[in-house]
Write a protein that binds this ligand. Structure first.
Ligand code: PGA
Length: 250
């Protein structure tokens, strides 16, 4: 049995003081969760969020990292810097990073290896564009993204990775994949992991769905056999909605 992981992706929302207040508000609502609860917050909120989440079951994640350990990379943040703050998770290769900040499957691979080497739990995002879905190449796109992301990663390390299937056309659009579409894509990803690392790793790896998941549609998506949780943007910014999704993962 895989324990579900519900992770909020706040994107570029909330100041550090707002983050602190929000975590204090949401903590009692998710106290008895039957799943792992994560909040991936902006860099500037991390310290306040880690502090506010102490003695709660909420784990804090970042939304990006750089793959080098240190050096002349103005504006960037390394895995060790995150770890030192008490950060446990990090989102890698979100489609907004791929779309607006030039991230590629290759940089996703470098970042994944850096996160694993530091002992962070990576949440690697993959997903097809609308045009790719319409052209019927979704499975090929997902397999390419997964294969390159996991290049030179061992099976032992692969087990520690969370993969988020996020169809780009469903992110922030209010257009959710149907639960069957989500399950099918998550299964494609799991089958690809089985080819790369064997059936045992594939049966253990957590594969989330992300893209307009909300309090209303979460239960339907989360009951699918290959959907092990959610990466939630918009609905993670409201405590009642986020708590309802955590509850739906039970
Ligand atoms: P959304 O975002 O829930 O607002 O669609 C999901 C994500 O981008 O991770």
């Amino acid at each position: 049995m895989r324990k579900k992981v519900i992770a909020g992706n706040w994107k570029m929302n909330k100041t550090a003081s707002e983050a602190e207040a929000f975590i204090k508000e949401v903590a009692p609502l998710v106290k008895g969760a039957g799943c792992t609860v994560v909040a991936c917050v902006p860099f500037t909120d991390l310290a306040a969020a880690v502090k506010a989440a102490k003695r709660t079951n909420i784990k804090i994640g970042a939304q990006n990292l750089h793959y080098e350990k240190s050096g002349a990379f103005t504006g960037e943040v390394s895995a060790d810097m995150l770890l030192d703050l008490g950060v446990k998770y990090v989102i890698i290769g979100h489609s907004e990073r791929r779309q607006y900040f030039g991230e590629t499957d290759e940089t996703v691979n470098l970042k994944l290896k850096a996160a694993l080497a530091a002992g962070l739990s990576p949440i690697v995002c993959v997903g097809e564009l609308l045009s790719e879905r319409e052209d019927g190449v979704t499975p090929e796109v997902l397999r390419r993204q997964v294969k390159i992301a996991f290049k030179d990663v061992s099976a032992d390390e692969a087990k520690k990775v969370i993969i988020a299937y996020e169809p780009v056309w469903a992110i922030g659009t209010g257009k959710t994949a149907t639960s069957d579409q989500a399950d099918e894509a998550c299964k494609t990803i799991r089958d690809c992991v089985a080819v790369l690392f064997g059936k045992s790793t594939a049966s253990k790896i957590i594969i989330q769905y992300g893209g307009s998941m909300n309090a209303k549609n979460a239960a339907d998506l989360l009951k699918k056999p290959n959907v092990d949780g959610g990466l939630i943007g918009g609905a993670s910014l409201k405590s009642a909605d986020f708590a309802a999704i955590v509850e739906a993962a039970r």
